[in-house]
Write a protein of this length. Structure first.
Length: 426
């Protein structure tokens, strides 16, 4: 089911041909039409496309206080307690990312520094169709709350014609979301980006979605900020003879059940582990509710790679730059320095990737499709603007003026030079 590759063949299929945004043109064409219409017509176009794609239009876009109350009654206490404990861990981790504005004074004549200010209004997109993810609500909203964002607007499609999934409403309350609107898809991204009569515009949009949502986010970027363009989910596992093949197989399957294009790869020095893992994958898939999805992903996007040594395994992983990297080695922490490119790292035999998805605290919104080579997972910083400032007295400017004027003249920007000369000659 899951094919075996030589390192060179893996590089050709999974590294050289899989980088960056993989969203196809067809999604952009649809997204462009919807965005343009909503931008021009507001609520009128919004209702039209919601009815077209969802076959209904909610009576009220916003989730009411009564609906929130009903949602808490519909979610069992065990689940609520689990979400609250997860939220506590996420807050604890992200609190340590907070920074303060700072001022640096080299002498009495020169002051410089940096202001840290939260983005004023943020939109969070949360899928809510056949599957819903309360963990995504927590992961996207909690860092924004900690950053000091004044207003957090969440959008997610309604179910059964009127209500959103109750667990998403509860998660939004736990995370500190300001307002929830019953809308999803391209139309939700467009409404957040440009605003309508019913839905306010935001300054930045974060959160996962399908290929249409990814295309919409790419198209509105520049008018608003976005977190990233997410591709298929990924896991890479580096392992040797110390690894338990049932653990490795379970973790490959956990990633593969996301989507038929999810990527799940094992880099190992052990031929025996490859054989045992392949057998475990088949056995575990046979009893998986999402068997067809997982099998398709593992067959088409999965890989078992036999490496000459661990150095080659880490080199392949760094080239792949996976969203999630698991290190199934004894004394796994000692190998952390070998990791150059990965969204998040899971160390040791008892640190499966779902621990990061739901509970441990680090964010699960992570770079995919090789973008971990140059980008990072969601953090408090994504909801902060950094504004630098400087102050010079006349004497300080005079001391620097010759250098400034020299550089300005070299760039043929005479007006720049004169802006300095006017002051020192005054």
């Amino acid at each position: 089911m899951i094919p075996t590759y030589k390192p060179a063949d893996f590089q050709k299929k999974f590294i050289e041909n899989v980088k960056g945004n993989q969203t196809e043109d067809q999604y952009y064409e649809v997204a462009k039409e919807v965005i343009q219409a909503i931008r021009q017509e507001g609520d009128q176009a919004l209702k039209r496309y919601v009815e077209k794609f969802d076959q209904f239009v909610p009576e009220n876009w916003a989730v009411s206080e009564e609906e929130k109350k009903q949602a808490w009654e519909k979610v069992d206490q065990k689940t609520i307690d689990a979400l609250q404990r997860a939220a506590k861990n996420i807050r604890s981790f992200h609190e340590k990312q907070l920074q303060s504005s700072r001022m640096m004074q080299s002498d009495d004549n020169i002051i410089s520094g940096q202001l840290y200010r939260p983005i004023e209004r943020v939109g969070i997109y949360v899928p809510g169709g056949t599957a819903c993810y309360p963990s995504s609500v927590l992961m996207n909203a909690i860092p924004a709350v900690l950053a000091g964002v004044e207003e957090i607007i969440m959008v997610t499609p309604a179910r059964n014609g009127e209500m959103i999934a109750p667990i998403l409403s509860v998660a939004a309350d736990i995370a500190g979301v300001s307002k929830v609107y019953k809308i999803g898809g391209i139309q939700a991204v467009a409404a957040l980006a440009y605003g309508t009569e019913s839905i306010p515009s935001v300054d930045k949009i974060v959160g996962p979605g399908n290929a249409y949502v990814a295309a919409a986010k790419a198209l509105v970027y520049g008018d608003v900020g976005i977190d990233m363009i997410a591709g298929p989910s990924e896991v890479a596992i580096i392992a040797d003879d110390s690894a338990d093949p049932s653990f490795v197989a379970a973790d490959l399957i956990a990633q593969a059940e996301h989507d038929t294009v999810a990527r799940a790869c094992l880099f190992t020095t052990s031929e025996q582990l490859i054989e045992a893992t392949a057998l475990e994958v088949k056995q575990q898939c046979d009893i998986l509710p999402r068997k067809e999805i997982a099998e398709a992903a593992l067959t088409n996007q999965g890989a078992l790679v036999l490496c000459e040594d661990l150095d080659e395994a880490f080199e392949l992983s760094n080239q792949f730059a996976p969203e999630h990297l698991e290190i199934h080695l004894d004394d796994a922490l000692s190998y952390l320095g070998k990791v150059k490119n990965a969204g998040s790292v899971f160390l040791g035999h008892f640190t499966p990737e779902p621990l990061g998805d739901y509970y441990a605290g680090p964010n699960h919104v992570l770079p995919t499709s090789g973008t971990a080579r140059f980008s990072s997972g969601l953090s408090v910083d994504d909801f902060i603007k950094k504004t630098t400032f400087i102050y010079y007295t006349k004497d300080a400017l005079k001391q620097a003026s010759e250098d400034i004027i020299t550089i300005a003249n070299e760039e043929a920007l005479i007006g720049h030079a004169r802006a300095v000369e006017k002051r020192i000659n005054k």
